[in-house]
Write a new protein. Structure first.
Length: 113
């Protein structure tokens, strides 16, 4: 019914689509900025980055030279990328999973106090 590669192919397709969407939305925001029109909310761009589109957002930032000095956007984007790297390492490496589990437990415990 399902091949073992199907979830990987779906995940990769999702990442391609969300990163392309992020890049195009970044380009649209720059176009609107130049035209003095309504802009894309930074919250929307950061949400796309958090959902997996950080590569597209960063590519848009570098290629289009847009929002390169804008704070706190840069800091939030950097935090999202760091979290994604940590989560990816946690998925790939067993020791990383243990670290993420322990950090999550501490964060949940701290939030509950």
């Amino acid at each position: 019914m399902f091949s073992s590669l199907e979830p990987i192919i779906l995940a990769l397709a999702f990442l391609v689509v969300i990163n392309l969407t992020g890049f195009l939305l970044f380009a649209w925001d720059k176009h609107c900025a130049r035209q003095g029109r309504w802009r894309v909310k930074e919250r929307t761009l950061l949400l796309l980055a958090a959902l997996g589109g950080s590569i597209g957002i960063i590519a848009g930032q570098k290629i289009l030279r847009h929002k390169t000095r804008k704070q706190p956007f840069r800091s939030y984007l950097a935090a999202i990328v760091i979290m994604q790297i940590v989560l990816l390492a946690g998925v790939i490496f067993p020791a990383g999973r243990d670290c993420i589990r322990a950090a999550f437990t501490v964060l949940v415990g701290a939030a509950g106090q």
